[in-house]
Design a protein around this ligand. Structure first.
Ligand code: 4AD
Ligand code: MG
Length: 429
């Protein structure tokens, strides 16, 4: 029967035919062990010369890494393999050659691997990371759908800045400047007046010259926005979303997490309620941990690492100084110098994965903030219309998909969390 590797555990003792690629091959005397990958999983096929005959065994001996092959055999138990099965090969046919595959089982430097990203994606760890990413994307969409959000995708070409002007990619729009979107948030805000709860999910662009393990120039963001919602309620939704995603990853991707040597118990501890600290409290705590952060300063990457190493669940840091945050955040009625915002920081040193806030709904204050941030008022007239016609309290947040993937996979650098990363030094492949 024609099958795929993921179905083999239910096909014990049956004869199957599989198509895929050679992941590894080792022959010793009269036995050939072929690690075989078909996209749905990995399985070992064992060929014994005595059973398959000389011709087939010669084919097995001639296999090289990444050849496309068709194999046939019987599914048998194998306690040592993660799936519990292996295939006793009976036939092996080469479908396409692969001569001197550049990525061997030796150690390669990360630059070499990134130059070969189009091939590196086939490697086991990368395969596992992309499958976790897929689960996070699907869990997100399922959660939002179940919680009454409508997907309303935002444009990528925009006439203005969302998160500040210093990180904009400018492109030429028929003689007019246009900018690649940094976040769909402002458009999601328009959407809530028609649909109450909306989200978008797509690539965003930041022309930052950062070379940290947390920064990409192109990454995927999900922006959620809710009408009649204050920032406390928004935090609750974020917490529920993150717990939901972690549960789904633990349910669907245990094998992949094991391949990544991820400490699963760390993820199992991700349960609400997540601790909430004000920025002021976070700064005080950071001082006791040895940081010299100023009380009016944004948390830097190192501060986030230091702070979140202290926690087993994500934490919210709320009410940052207004001067370090975007123009649209609502001022704290109790303290004019602060805004009603929250960043969600992942534990184990991972740091910010979500940024969100209540939005300024008072048109006068908002216009003033646009001026103070030196943004072009005329380009924001459409956004100000949202405060002119039926303005209501509303909040929203945006997550960085690659930051979540990196945290859940326990990997180091966000560049491995996206199929084809774009960074300061990398545009290829
Ligand atoms: O905190 P940020 O800049 O927030 C916004 O853009 C808001 N407009 C979102 C909203 O309220 N709808 O970005 C949101 C998230 C961050 O928390 C982080 O996870 C991720 O996007 N992020 C990056 N990920 C990778 N590389 C970068 N350069 C990133 N910058 C932000
Ligand atoms: Mg942020």
């Amino acid at each position: 029967m024609i099958s795929t590797i993921n179905r083999l555990p239910s096909l014990l003792d049956q004869r199957v035919e599989l198509t895929g690629w050679v992941d590894n091959v080792r022959t010793s005397g009269k036995i050939g062990f072929v690690q075989f990958r078909d996209g749905t999983g990995y399985v070992q096929c064992v060929f014994s010369k005595g059973d398959v005959g000389d011709a087939t065994f010669e084919t097995v001996k001639g296999l090289t890494l990444e050849m496309a092959v068709r194999v046939a055999g019987k599914v048998v138990k194998d306690e040592r393999s993660p799936s519990g099965v292996e295939v006793q090969g009976t036939a092996c046919e080469v479908l396409a050659p692969s001569k001197e595959y550049p990525i061997s089982n030796k150690e390669h430097g990360v630059d070499f691997l990134m130059d070969h990203r189009h091939l590196w994606l086939r490697s086991k760890r990368q395969w596992a990371v992309m499958r976790v990413r897929d689960t996070i994307e699907r869990a997100t969409v399922d959660f939002l759908y179940e919680n009454g959000f409508l997907r309303l995708d935002s444009p990528i070409l925009t006439p203005n800045a969302c998160e500040g002007t210093t990180e904009l990619y400018e492109v030429d729009h028929f003689g007019r400047p246009a900018y690649l979107s940094q976040s769909g948030q402002l458009y999601s805000e328009a959407g809530i007046f028609a649909h109450r709860r909306v989200y978008d999910f797509g690539p965003v662009f930041r022309a930052e010259k950062s070379k940290t393990r947390r920064h990409l120039n192109e990454f995927w963001m999900m922006d959620a926005e809710m009408a009649f919602c204050d920032f406390e309620e928004s935090m609750q939704i974020q917490e529920d979303l993150v717990v939901f995603i972690v549960e789904r990853v633990l349910l669907e991707r245990r094998a992949e997490l094991a391949m990544l040597d991820r400490d699963i118990s760390a993820l199992e501890k991700v349960k609400g309620p997540f601790p909430r600290l004000t920025h002021k409290e976070a700064v005080e705590k950071l001082h006791t941990l040895g940081s010299d952060i100023h009380e009016d300063e944004d948390l830097g990457g190192d501060d986030e690492t230091l702070l979140t190493q202290e926690y087993e669940t994500p934490i919210f840091v709320t009410k940052y100084p207004a001067i370090v945050k975007a123009f649209y955040m609502k001022r704290d009625p109790q303290d004019d110098t602060r805004v009603l915002c929250a960043d969600l920081l992942a534990p184990e040193g991972y740091g910010e994965v979500i940024g969100g806030s209540q939005r300024e709904d008072d048109i006068e204050i908002l216009m003033n903030k646009i001026r103070v941030h030196d943004l072009p008022l005329e380009q924001f007239q459409w956004y100000l219309d949202l405060r002119r016609y039926g303005s209501v309290p509303h909040s929203g947040f945006g997550y960085g998909l690659e930051r979540l993937v990196t945290w859940m996979c326990g990997t180091k650098h966000v560049r491995e969390a996206i199929p084809f990363p774009r960074t300061l030094t990398r545009l290829e492949p």
